[in-house]
Every structure is written in structure tokens, then in C-alpha cells.
Write a protein that binds this ligand. Structure first.
Ligand code: LR7
Ligand code: MN
Length: 585
């Protein structure tokens, strides 16, 4: 998952220390002990794990393990979320190997206090916000995990306990999705029994269920007014919960996400948007992947204040709050989705199309370790993201599913399970169309064959070469290329000439800059679309494509090395192009 790194900065330690305003709601250790007498178990409830009897051997074994964990913690390490690049006794390679093995720096995580202070990343306007605490709904925080490592899991739990208003935190429900690591068995039972208040409960699933069904299981046993879901490697910030509860109190059908800050996987730095005022909201790619976009100007106008609830077309999925009853009313989750992926877009589209609101609450911030790979297995199909997404596309996207299948043609012909129940849900809730969603909720989203003059493969008449992104479209910018025309239309060769004159793919537009190739011909750069003059093209009378700003024409170079450039217009065959489809616009 990508995140706009431009928004991030790492501030020096002093600055972090200054930025951290003391949270009066945090409990001192002695108060914590008073409020959470040890050796208290959750109330009788058959859903939860009931290990309360430990043998003498087990007690001494688990005590020793937990004390050993505590003994390696280095006070002050990573405090205020500063990056830790070096640790005595470990080489750079030790760190790198550890990240490659664990998906994040576990050596460091194990040595950083579970409740280190993190910077107050909130917009300063948040400090003067008040919440009607007595009348706020109470929350059940649901933390699901499969084989999560000990220290990030405990850190998620401990920061939630420490930084949530105690009266509003009804319970924390840990859902163990059938982990098989040793430390999450008896040791976790024992830690819960001896170190955590009774409001922390543990639900152990009897078989591997995947994150979607794990969340459903947690939601089924939750009793709070509001469900708050967290991944198992988070650090919550100051007053992270209150603003979300306040908003749900006011607006029952609002589904809320905090701003998600980055905990760096390599040095565990707490990284947040530099000036505290800019953050991103969710969008999606036609390939079915989630992505971030800046808050559009129209939304800034609507919300008026920089800390007001900010509408978000989609959410990342892991961290959100929702009224518990509304969660069930609006269709909870598609329980046939496996392991990982897709449930976030499914829920996002569903909420908007069926009358709810999806918002980011700027005064609520939670850190999350962004990892480069999944540190758990995928039993059965490895492509749960693809299959889960095909399910949501079939139910929610109407004819726009054509763009998804353009990316994933193979998913058209495989069994993705029965959809009757989800289609009935959409029908019964009288949900709106995906076209409505695109027009009203995400009007910025480019639709490759709407509001365009032409689209499809763009073939050079002189040769059987077509414009092609050469799979470089994950880079920004990249140099546009040509390749033998495919026999079918695939995303790499799908270009549109928009009504605005952009020669574009999904989010990137062709422009002519100052860069030239070895023969001094101007190369064509694909760069994020921005509506500027250097991204405008017009079809010429001879069937060429002229760049308006430079008056140069798109020219194919058919001899090796083949390429496409901008050159002086001359109406030669090398400058004549045809699109698959013309709309007449
Ligand atoms: O089989 C599983 N069972 C589980 O319980 C697989 C995973 N899990 C747990 C896992 O231990 C973790 O706590 O589920 C949680 C999410 O798994 P991650 O952390 O591997 O997911 P992610 O952070 O890479 O992915 C994001 O997208 C997912 C799509 O299915 C989920 O919605 C994640 O919750 C979501 N995470 C976030 O939104 C945090 C911000 C990331 C971004 C952008
Ligand atoms: Mn995660």
C-alpha cells in the first residue's frame, strides 16, 4: 500500500519533545494498578478464553518470560517516536535481516517501551476541542491478529488502555485468528491474567478464519455502543477515541477513521504529516487496489474547518469506528471473503451507496506499522485480494466492473462463490448505483471511456506499434514507450484522450518537458494529471496528436530502439495515430 511520502518529515528529538503535550487523561502506573487489580478475569462469558488455572511450573515459566521481555526494554529508546538507526550489539545487517524475516524491526520493537510517548501529531486546533464525555457512547475496541509478534501486540493493547478515557473504553476484545506461535498461547493467557484489567478479553478462534471473519467474530461478542477496529501493530495517540465517539453520537450512520500515521518498519519512527494540517483520504484504482488522494478543494469548501469530519470515498480498512447496531444494519462484512484484502473497498462503497457516511476525523490519530509483506500464511488461494475484490465488484460496481476485469480477465471465469446474500442485501437496503457513487462521492475519479474523445489502444499507422506504459506506471514520472500492439485491449496499452485534451491513463497524463533523447528528440513523460497546460493535446486534421504548449507532434520511432517522442509536426506517417474507439465528443 502506498503512502505519499512527500507529506512526511522526520523532526529532530527536541522538536518532538516539545510537540508532545501531556495528556491529563493518562493514568499513572499506581492509578492503573488501583483501577485494574490484577488477577481479575473477564466476567463469565462462554465466548472468551478461560484459562485461569496455571500450574506452579507454568507460573514460573511465564513470569520468567515476561520479566525477560521487560528486562531488555531500554528506557528512552524511540521515545517521542524518534527514529532509531543504531543499537549497541547489533549491526546494520542484523537490523536488515530482521526486517526481511519479520516484516518489521522486531529487535527494536522488543526494546522500546510499550507505552513510549509519541508526538502529538494533531492539528493544533484540536487542543481546544471539548467533548461531552459523560454522554459519549462507550466503545468496544476489537484487535484481531494472526501470529502477530509479542511487542507490537502488547503495545497496541497497552497504548489503547493508557490513552482512552477509561469510562468510555468498555472492553478490548482480542481475537486470535488461530495463531500457532508459542508466545501467543499460554504466555498471552498468563499476561492477560496477571497484567491486564478484566476489560481486556481474549477470543480464540478454533480455525484460521482470515481477518474479515475474525472481525465478524469480535463484533458478535462485543457489547459496547461503538465498535472500534484496530490492526495488531498500532500505537494510539492522545485523545484518539473521544472525537470519533463524539461524531458517532451526533451522526449515527457515520463510519469514521482516524488519520493513520506511519510507524516506520525499519527504525520504528513515528512519522506524521509535517505541518499537521494536511492529510490524505482514500480512493481506489480500477485494478481494485486502495490508494490515497489529497483532500479535494470541493471537500475543503464543504467541511469549512480543517478539523471537521472529512468525507473519504474509501478507507484503508484496518482502523475504524462504527456504531455497533449500524454495523449490522448496513451489512457488516461479506463473510465469504478470505484471509486478506478487498473488504475495505467493499465496506466503503456499501456505506456510501446505502446511505451512510465515511469520514476521516482529523483530531484522531493512530500509528500503524506499514509492512512490506504479510508475516502470515495464506491457506488455500494466495490471491484472496483478487477473489475478494471480484466479489465486491460483482455486487457493488455495476457496469464499471468492466475496468476491473480489464486488469484481471482471469477472474471472470473462476468460481468466486455465491453472491446471492450480498446482492439481496444491496436490494433490501435500496442502495444507490455505482454511477451515483462516482458522480457524487468521487467526481475526481477518471473513467477511461467517459468524458473522452477517444480511447483504447493507440496505434501508430506507420508500424504495428502501440503506446504502452511498459509497466512503468508505478513510477511517477516515467518515460512513455511503444510496444507491439496487443491482440486484445490490456491496461498497459489503454489510453484515453479526455474531453479536456489529456492523453492519459488512470492517474497519469502525457506531457512534453525539456528532456530529450540521444538524438535531441523530446521524450514524452507520464506524470500525475494536474490539468496544466503542458498536459493538453489535440487531434490534428491529418490524424496526428499535437501537444498544445510546444506545438510538437507525437511521433513514433519505428527503428530500434523503438520509442515515441515529440517532434516538429510534418504530417508524415510516423505522426499519424488511431485510437480503437472515438466517441464523437
Ligand atoms: O488471516 C489473517 N487473520 C488476521 O487476523 C490475516 C490478518 N489478520 C490480522 C493481522 O494480524 C492484522 O492485525 O488482520 C490485521 C490486518 O492485517 P495486515 O496488518 O497484514 O493488513 P495491512 O495493514 O497490510 O492491510 C490493510 O488492508 C487490509 C485489507 O484486507 C486490512 O483492511 C487491514 O486492516 C489494513 N490495514 C490498515 O488499514 C492500516 C493502514 C494501512 C494502510 C493503507
Ligand atoms: Mn496492518
Amino acid at each position: 500500500l502506498s503512502y505519499n511520502k512527500d507529506l512526511l518529515n522526520g523532526s529532530p528529538p527536541e522538536e518532538y519533545a516539545q510537540l508532545y503535550s501531556n495528556n491529563s487523561d493518562e493514568l499513572s502506573p499506581s492509578e492503573q494498578t488501583r483501577l485494574f487489580p490484577r488477577l481479575v478475569r473477564p466476567a463469565e462469558n462462554s465466548f472468551f478464553s478461560h484459562v485461569t488455572n496455571f500450574s506452579k511450573e507454568e507460573i514460573s515459566k511465564y513470569e520468567a518470560l515476561i520479566l525477560a521481555d521487560e528486562s531488555i526494554i531500554i528506557p528512552g529508546l524511540g521515545e517521542y517516536g524518534v527514529p532509531v538507526e543504531h543499537l549497541d550489539g547489533f549491526s546494520k545487517k542484523d537490523f536488515e535481516d530482521n526486517v526481511a524475516k519479520e516484516s518489521f524491526n522486531l529487535i527494536l520493537s522488543d526494546r522500546i517501551s510499550y507505552t513510549r510517548k509519541i508526538p502529538d501529531a494533531r492539528n493544533p486546533l484540536c487542543e481546544s476541542q471539548t467533548y461531552q464525555e459523560d454522554s459519549l457512547p462507550v466503545a468496544s475496541v476489537i484487535i484481531i491478529f494472526n501470529n502477530e509478534r509479542w511487542s507490537p501486540l502488547i503495545r497496541t493493547i497497552e497504548t489503547t488502555l493508557q490513552r482512552s478515557p477509561q469510562k468510555k473504553l468498555k472492553e478490548i476484545i482480542l481475537v486470535d485468528d488461530f495463531s500457532d506461535t508459542e508466545e501467543l498461547k499460554g504466555k498471552l493467557d498468563y499476561y492477560l491474567y496477571t497484567r491486564l484489567p478484566s476489560k481486556v478479553k481474549l477470543l480464540r478462534l478454533k480455525k484460521r478464519s482470515g481477518l474479515i471473519r475474525a472481525r465478524l467474530a469480535g463484533a458478535q461478542v462485543a457489547t459496547g455502543d461503538v465498535l472500534v477496529f484496530l490492526d495488531s501493530h498500532c500505537e494510539v495517540g492522545i485523545k484518539w477515541l473521544e472525537p470519533m465517539l463524539q461524531r458517532i453520537k451526533e451522526q449515527r450512520n457515520a463510519v469514521l477513521t482516524p488519520i493513520i500515521d506511519i510507524i516506520d518498519d525499519k527504525n520504528l519512527a513515528y512519522i506524521y504529516s509535517g505541518d499537521k494540517t494536511h492529510f490524505q483520504i482514500g480512493s481506489f484504482f480500477w485494478s481494485g487496489h486502495f490508494t490515497w488522494i489529497p483532500v479535494p478543494p470541493r471537500e475543503n469548501e464543504r467541511r469549512k474547518s480543517a478539523i471537521a469530519p472529512t468525507r473519504s470515498p474509501t478507507m484503508a480498512g484496518g482502523l475504524f469506528a462504527i456504531n455497533r447496531e449500524y454495523f449490522w444494519e448496513i451489512g457488516s462484512y461479506d463473510s465469504q471473503m478470505d484471509v486478506w484484502g478487498g473488504e475495505n473497498l467493499e465496506m466503503s462503497f456499501r456505506i456510501w451507496q446505502c446511505g451512510g457516511l465515511l469520514e476521516t476525523i482529523p483530531c484522531s490519530r493512530v500509528g500503524h506499522i506499514f509492512r512490506n509483506f504479510h508475516p502470515y500464511s495464506f491457506p488455500g488461494s494466495k490471491d484472496t485480494h483478487g477473489i475478494n475484490t471480484a466479489r465486491l465488484v460483482e455486487v457493488w460496481m455495476d457496469d464499471y466492473k468492466r475496468f476491473f476485469y480489464l486488469h484481471r480477465p482471469e477472474l471472470k471465469d473462476i468460481d468466486i462463490g455465491d453472491l446471492t446474500e450480498r446482492k439481496n442485501l444491496r436490494h433490501n437496503l435500496k442502495c444507490k448505483s455505482f454511477k451515483w457513487y462516482l458522480e457524487k462521492i468521487l467526481p475526481e475519479k477518471f473513467i477511461p471511456d467517459e468524458k473522452v474523445q477517444a480511447y483504447g489502444r493507440m496505434r501508430a499507422v506507420e508500424s504495428n506499434l502501440c503506446l504502452d506504459n511498459l509497466q512503468n506506471n508505478m513510477d511517477n514520472p516515467y518515460t512513455l514507450g511503444v510496444y507491439s500492439c496487443h491482440s486484445k485491449l490490456y491496461p498497459s496499452q489503454y489510453f484515453s484522450l479526455s474531453d479536456l485534451g489529456e492523453l492519459r491513463q488512470e492517474v497519469q497524463c502525457a506531457e512534453v518537458g525539456t528532456q530529450t533523447d540521444k538524438k535531441k528528440r523530446y521524450i514524452i513523460t507520464m506524470f500525475e494529471c494536474h490539468g496544466g497546460a503542458n498536459q493538453k493535446w489535440i487531434i490534428t486534421q491529418s490524424g496526428g496528436l499535437k501537444h498544445q504548449e510546444s506545438n510538437l507532434c507525437l511521433t513514433v520511432i519505428s527503428e530500434e530502439p523503438i520509442s515515441v517522442v515529440a517532434a516538429k509536426c510534418d504530417s508524415s506517417n510516423a505522426q499519424i495515430w488511431t485510437f480503437d474507439y472515438y466517441t464523437g465528443n
